[in-house]
Design a protein around this ligand. Sequence first.
Ligand code: FMN
Ligand code: SF4
Length: 391
Amino acid sequence: MEQTLFTPANLGPVTLRNRSIRSAAFEGMSDGHLVTEDLIDYHRAVSAGGVGMTTVAYAAVSQSGLSFDHQLWLRKEAIPGLKTLTEAVHAEGALAAIQIGHCGLMAKKSISGGVCLAPTGRFNLYGPTWPKTMLKEEIHTVVADFGKAVHLAREAGFDAVEVHAGHGYLISQFLSSYTNKRKDEYGGSFENRSRFMLEVVREVMKAAGQDMAVVVKMNLRDGFKGGMELDESSEVARLLEFEGVHGLVLSGGFVSKAPMYVMRGRMPVDVMAANLKKDKWMKPWLKYFGHLLIKPEPFSEGYFLEDALKIRETVKLPLIYVGGLVALEKIEEVLGKGFEFVQIARALINDPAFINKLKTGEVTHSACEHSNYCIAVMYSGKMSCVQHNDA
Ligand SMILES: Cc1cc2nc3c(=O)[nH]c(=O)nc-3n(C[C@H](O)[C@H](O)[C@H](O)COP(=O)(O)O)c2cc1C
Ligand code: SF4
């Protein structure tokens, strides 16, 4: 009997050849915030390796949304490179998605045009920055920037956009009462905290029109006491279903507070410190206090499944499972429990041909051991697996 993973399925207006999606995982390959040959080569390789769709990670919708040196910034100048990338992906039979986001208080001022925007301006140790509380006009500008980014994504030939509403970036900062202390209509009650997300999603849906798929990556839980929990994330899922988005990616964690909740396991902080070449502030902090700042979280295969199943009971729209998938058996279990697609990051960093190898039976399990070296080195402008490099 054919495994569900290898069967085609619809995601809104587009059809994927199978149920696998390369999850948005920051490649660090955008010198000058533009597309490089390395970025194209990686997405070509992962497409040739069998995924149904590949997601270009974390493109900022504006300069103020940039937090990394080698991060993509979705603007006119990036279109020719992105066109080449989507053509390469399509030539291998996969679809192309792009994750769009704004980092909010995680901005690095040296590259974000000197600004750091947040729902509420409170000191952020990770920057380190003292962000500015966003004025309403600034909120409206960022909302409009998301719409413009979708138009640019269409021009570049993308089939889908993924709105980043999780992991403690700007939309997530508005949703979470930990980072949102506003007293106006964008803060306070859940209805108010979700207003910014809904304005963004409406703008994105309008720009996506009838032919592009729109998915939203959201948090199940922020991963720390005082952050968003499942009761509110269920409401987030209901609201997004009502807005007509085509799929939800269910993740969790908060970069400034619970970073390892996203990926689980331990962060090799010494490797991370060594790779922060230009960061005079973070380097010593990480070296001496990294183990306290970035606390390990236990890894188990499919670690978000229990929480994600609660959302499955709440909404009917397609759900995309992500988190700790390394074996065909677990992938089939997840798909058998009502998730339409699976997203995979590390097993595809470990081996871009993982999906084809599962299909031919060459492997049933990824060699990835969730050591997280690939995360520790990503700030230096390379995406590599410790098993294949001397990272
Ligand atoms: C190197 C690396 C970079 C990542 N960058 C992003 C990112 O830019 N955006 C995002 O939403 N998630 C990012 N993630 C999280 C992944 O998309 C995914 O949610 C997480 O790794 C769990 O999936 P996995 O167990 O298949 O790796 C990153 C993960 C890794 C390993
Ligand atoms: S460095 Fe390699 S083995 Fe370690 S988590 Fe990343 S992909 Fe997996």
